[in-house]
Write a protein that binds this ligand. Sequence first.
Ligand SMILES: Cc1cc2nc3c(=O)[nH]c(=O)nc-3n(C[C@H](O)[C@H](O)[C@H](O)COP(=O)(O)OP(=O)(O)OC[C@H]3O[C@@H](n4cnc5c(N)ncnc54)[C@H](O)[C@@H]3O)c2cc1C
Length: 469
Amino acid sequence: MKRRACVIGAGPNGLAAAIVLAQAGLQVEVFEAEPTPGGAVRTLELTLPGFLHDFGSAVHPLAAGSPFFSSLPLRENGLEWIHSPAVLAHPLDDGTAVVLERDLAEAERSLGADGKTWRKLMQPFVEHWAELASEILAPLRVLPRHPLLMARLGLNGRPSARRLTQQFRSERTRALFAGFAAHSFLSLDEPLSAAFGMLVAVPGHAVGWPVPRGGSQSITNALCRYLAQLGGSVKTSTRVENLSDLPPYDVVLCDVGPRQLARMAGERLSPAYRRQLDKYRYGGAVFKVDYALERAIPWKAAECLRAATVHLGGTFDEIAGSEQAVREGREAERPFVLLAQPTLFDPSRAPQGKHTAWAYCHIPNGSEFDMLPRLEDQIERFAPGFRQCILARRVFSPADLERMDANLVGGDIAGGAMSIRQMLFRPTWRHYATSAKDIYICSASTPPGGAVHGMCGYHAARMALARMK
Ligand SMILES: Cc1cc2nc3c(=O)[nH]c(=O)nc-3n(C[C@H](O)[C@H](O)[C@H](O)COP(=O)(O)OP(=O)(O)OC[C@H]3O[C@@H](n4cnc5c(N)ncnc54)[C@H](O)[C@@H]3O)c2cc1C
């Protein structure tokens, strides 16, 4: 008799876990609450017919650089990465943009006076991306397998982003780095914000910041197809409220948040473990808008048309101010906006000649504040006439995001705050294991945390398999 496993949630981590279990010969069933698998990795017609929008993730350095995803036949199952000519553009008020080139030598040239410093900072990690990825996309180890590399990362990344950028001569390079560090939801004056900035920038050179042809759904579809080849199945529109509603399985892996797990598993978890889950903290949220556009965004700086991702927020100080506000529970007056313009490089996602844009800014968890005017003012600032290009828009408040995917609690897209405590004990010191020996948690609320890489699911399933022997 084959052993049977069940995975709750068909996000990238749930699907990764299901694949590891199926590869080991288990009969795997995945139950997904929503009608379409993928969680925050779905592409939907959110505005007008023919316009395909990424509901959640849009740009995928860590999916392209994921040790587990790289081992799977995803290309054979329809996944094709598209790289824009430049990794990223960061427009400034003088009508120009700082552009990050993927090739380090080109980046060195284009960053002028700071080129050498940038290269010196990034090169050791870019050259050893595979080793770095195996360290950072796993639970933090007391004794790392690559101690010198990790020591170097610690040395450069331990201070705040503000401190790290003091080595740059130009305001432009400081602004560029601020954009990377701001992905972390940390204040740019906090320790470790430099490390986050580096870990966002390094894959830009090492593997690029690609978008999948057809949208992020192509990642999910490739994972689902491969799972089916291994004999696994995904049942959609099936929300699991309580584990006791399920038939018996040898093991259950939950791609859900800690509080959902506590509700779902109830008495099967010890009271002490449930108390630990209740203490888990969520982090900042996002306010997101998807646009159907009449034409490409009319950037003042034409260089912005070379990059699928654009960071809008101006100088280091301005971006730092925006992130500080969110950290203090306030809505930023001039928010830092992350924008993706995938149809410039993948016309398959919109009717001929038309475009889409995906944009979000950070906002306190659960905030009901309408950031739309402020977010669009930031786009207009660098692309006057943007509002006239809009055919339709779809706005997602934090509550709207959570309605579309129960794991996005209060609009938190990273599965929980990235405090030092929650980096080490995510969601508890047991990591993927729970107090019940047949129940595991495998969502972004486990190490290594948010982003599309599938490594939470991979490590959780490996732990489950090791303990089943
Ligand atoms: C707006 C936004 C932008 C983002 N941008 C990027 C980006 O550009 N690049 C990047 O790498 N990452 C990005 N992310 C983050 C990334 O998408 C997530 O970190 C990742 O999807 C987490 O994967 P997961 O499998 O843990 O959870 P999810 O993707 O959230 O999937 C969880 C799944 O479980 C299902 N589920 C929950 N409860 C139940 C239940 N009771 N029964 C059945 N099913 C259930 C949900 O419906 C969902 O399908 C973004 C996220 C969002 C929301």
